[in-house]
Design a protein around this ligand. Structure first.
Ligand code: PLP
Length: 355
């Protein structure tokens, strides 16, 4: 059953795929190129343009892309990796695959992304990398980390195709990665990529992905995106810019619509985010608000429901993270929302807040 099978409800994500692409999918099936084929190269070329990176490697998830990025910058068991706690568990998994320890820092009070001043202060001699996810697509300027000499891994899972001051996200730090899971801008079911302009990192990743063959055994990682998924992702990439514009239009509609409500919306302007999600801070009981919205046919997202530092059992004091967990709710912002659906959401928010 598709996520969107109940047409009366308004969902967060749209996982459907345009029927016009089905004839090419049939061809891929009949050519026997489900695993390996020319769409992998096409997708890589497309991602080079999107990310502004010379070296792109396809992976089977964002988690495995991040694992390779961490290994490429030399992360191992005696290291720590700086990362936010307001984040999904998969990122912590990638850090743990390398046996390094996470070092959690808070997010900003003005958006949902990592506080880079605090990240900078957390660096010590064992730090191997700083992971900077643009959470929900919210921009932060990683230039302030440049002179720290610590590799910065840009996690662009929530903003593939985005730019900061004309520079493609993913090409600003030392190395970048993204995900193509079924909730992301480029949804291929599962999949991911890791990319860089640094030739040393690229060589390392190439070697990590290659079998030893008949040379001396070394461990390698079987992490590729299949050709069929590459086709789907490549097809969706043609609409990426259009979809980002749509997301920003919807965000603008929400801003205007909720200006006079008692909601807190943590954005300076639509230019500071790519709106993977549109978050609102609900003043009282967010779970009750979500329930009321559901009864009006709107499926809201919960955001991060349990911060990683608490899950991991570490003792940092992260007040902005705690507040975001307590209050933040995601409204649907998928690019194909109609005007009447938007009006329905806006009315439902007001009713659920004040009823
Ligand atoms: C910010 C962020 N980073 C990494 C990941 C991991 O990606 P994947 O689910 O493809 O492993 C996700 C997944 O949802 C994510 O949202």
């Amino acid at each position: 059953m598709s996520l969107n099978s109940d047409q009366k409800k308004i969902y967060q994500y749209d996982t459907t795929f345009s029927p016009s692409s089905l004839s090419e999918i049939k061809k891929i099936f009949s050519s026997g190129q489900i695993s390996i084929g020319n769409y992998q190269e096409k997708l890589k070329n497309q991602l080079e343009k999107i990310t502004g990176c010379k070296y792109v490697f396809l992976t089977n998830s964002g988690t495995t892309g991040l694992h390779l990025a961490l290994l490429a910058v030399g992360t191992s068991k005696n290291n720590n990796v700086i990362m936010p706690s307001y984040l999904c568990e998969e990122v912590l998994n990638a850090v743990k695959y390398t046996q390094a320890a996470p070092k959690f820092v808070d997010i900003n009070s003005t958006n949902y992304s990592i506080d880079l001043q605090k990240a900078r202060k957390s660096i010590n001699k064992n730090t191997s990398a700083i992971i900077v996810p643009y959470q929900y697509g919210d921009l932060v300027d990683i230039k302030i980390l440049k002179d720290s000499k610590i590799p910065v891994i840009e996690d662009i899972c929530h903003c593939t195709g985005g730019k900061n001051s004309q520079k493609p996200l993913g090409s600003i730090g030392s190395i970048g990665m993204t995900s193509f899971n079924d909730r992301k801008f480029l949804d291929g079911g599962y999949g991911g990529a890791v990319f860089t302009n640094n030739i040393e990192y690229a060589r390392k990743i190439k070697s990590l992905l290659s079998l030893s063959g008949n040379k001396k055994y070394k461990i390698n990682y079987n992490y590729s995106t299949p050709n069929l998924a590459s086709y789907i992702i490549h097809e969706k990439s043609k609409k990426l810019n259009h979809d980002i514009k749509q997301r920003r239009k919807i965000a603008d509609y929400y801003f205007k619509s909720f200006q006079k409500s008692e909601l807190t919306i943590r954005y300076e302007s639509v230019k500071n985010s790519f709106f993977y999600r549109f978050m609102i801070d609900v003043p009282n009981d967010k779970h009750n608000f979500i329930k009321k919205m559901a009864s009006l046919g709107i499926v809201c997202g919960i955001g991060v429901d349990f911060p990683l530092h608490k899950m991991y059992g570490s003792k940092e004091n992260l007040p902005n993270t705690d507040l975001a967990v307590k209050n933040s709710v995601a409204l649907p912002i998928r690019p194909n929302l109609s005007n009447s659906e938007l009006r329905k959401i806006s009315t439902a928010v007001k009713k659920s807040l004040y009823a």
